[in-house]
Design a protein around this ligand. Structure first.
Ligand code: NAD
Length: 303
């Protein structure tokens, strides 16, 4: 017998996904449909790419519409849910994935940049939630909303001041909204993302950090699990939070990263002695055949 919550079923649901032209948003829309969603509304400022994603989904037999939208434009944001309603007559899921990740610090950010950051990362999700909740209420849907946050909401790097503040604001908004709508049986949760290998991240690293082709390989070698998070990894967390599998959880924000924020540590060299002294038996056994400054904690960690 199949477990009722197996694979976060989204059978029959209609979902609105922002940032759907590429990366995490696109992977999320695709996974939603794979898990049974009856239709997706794809929202992004990159109109051509968005149309291509919609066309490929439609060609695969799914129901998908593209609603090209600049989330910095409040009037355009107000048209998203009416477009979803006109095509599908309901909305069950909203995934606020799109975000502006441009760099700027406390000393060098101007008013226009600050306002743009908050318009896209906070104001747009705010009003999309407002409009989605109205539709969910009208249809008496057990709706779910998932907001994509960032581990930068905890503090953030100095060159990410408006960005970190915007994600911190969205974190509070996630909890505040969850607290406002739980008696309507609408759930609102968030994911604080760590480092994800997305087209947006490639562009940001090249534009602001002078990264060269091949940066990803070096970056992945520096991570505890030997990879950056992938859009498909994030999509699974969003699908979980959007589905009944996570019910009745609401107002929760999940740190989704391979390092622990606020924790001290480092590469295996920094801890291998402690592990040996602690007598963790097999875990402490030196392994063979692995490159690196120190043995990994377990042989399975080797490639
Ligand atoms: N990549 C990471 O390491 C990382 C880390 C933490 C959080 N995040 C968050 O993940 C989300 C995805 O971002 P990503 O940079 O990884 O990029 P991505 O490549 O997954 O795509 C982001 C999408 O958002 C769209 N978008 C940006 N501004 C928009 C606007 N004004 N109107 C409509 N659409 C707009 C882009 O066109 C793009 O398609 C963002 O919310 C970001 O803050 C990413």
């Amino acid at each position: 017998m199949t477990h009722p919550y197996a694979a976060s079923s989204l059978a029959g649901k209609i979902a609105v996904v922002t940032g759907a032209a590429q990366g995490i948003g696109e992977a999320t829309a695709r996974l939603f449909l794979e898990r049974g969603a009856a239709g997706v509304v794809l929202v992004d400022v990159q109109a051509e790419k968005l149309a291509a994603v919609a066309a490929s989904l439609t060609a695969a037999g799914h129901k998908a519409i593209a609603v090209p939208t600049d989330l910095a434009d409040a009037a355009a944001v107000a048209k998203v849910m009416p477009a979803a309603d006109a095509t599908f007559g309901r909305v069950d899921i909203l995934a606020n994935v799109a975000g502006l990740t441009e760099r700027g610090g406390i000393l060098d950010s101007d008013v226009a940049f600050f306002d743009k950051m908050f318009a896209i990362n906070v104001r747009a999700p705010f009003f999309l939630m407002q409009d989605a909740i109205a539709l969910m209420q009208r249809e008496k849907a057990d709706g779910t909303i998932v907001n994509i946050l960032s581990v930068n909401a905890h503090v953030g790097a100095p060159n990410l001041a408006p960005y970190s503040a915007s994600k911190g604001a969205l974190l509070t908004l996630t909890k505040n909204t969850a607290n406002a709508v739980n008696w309507m049986r609408i759930r609102v949760n968030g994911v604080l993302l760590g480092w994800v290998d997305t087209p947006g991240e490639h562009e940001t690293l090249k534009r602001f950090h002078g990264a060269k082709d091949g940066w990803l390989d070096a970056a992945e070698k520096s991570r505890p699990f030997g990879k950056l998070l992938k859009p498909e990894d994030v999509a699974r967390q969003i699908a979980y939070l959007a589905s009944d599998e996570s019910a009745p959880m609401t107002g929760a924000v999940l740190d989704y990263e391979q390092t622990v924020f606020g924790g001290y540590g480092g590469p295996p060299a920094a801890i291998s002695g402690a592990v040996r002294a602690g007598g963790f038996g097999a875990l402490a056994a030196p392994s063979t055949g692995c490159a690196g400054p120190a043995p990994p904690l377990a042989a399975e960690d080797c490639g």
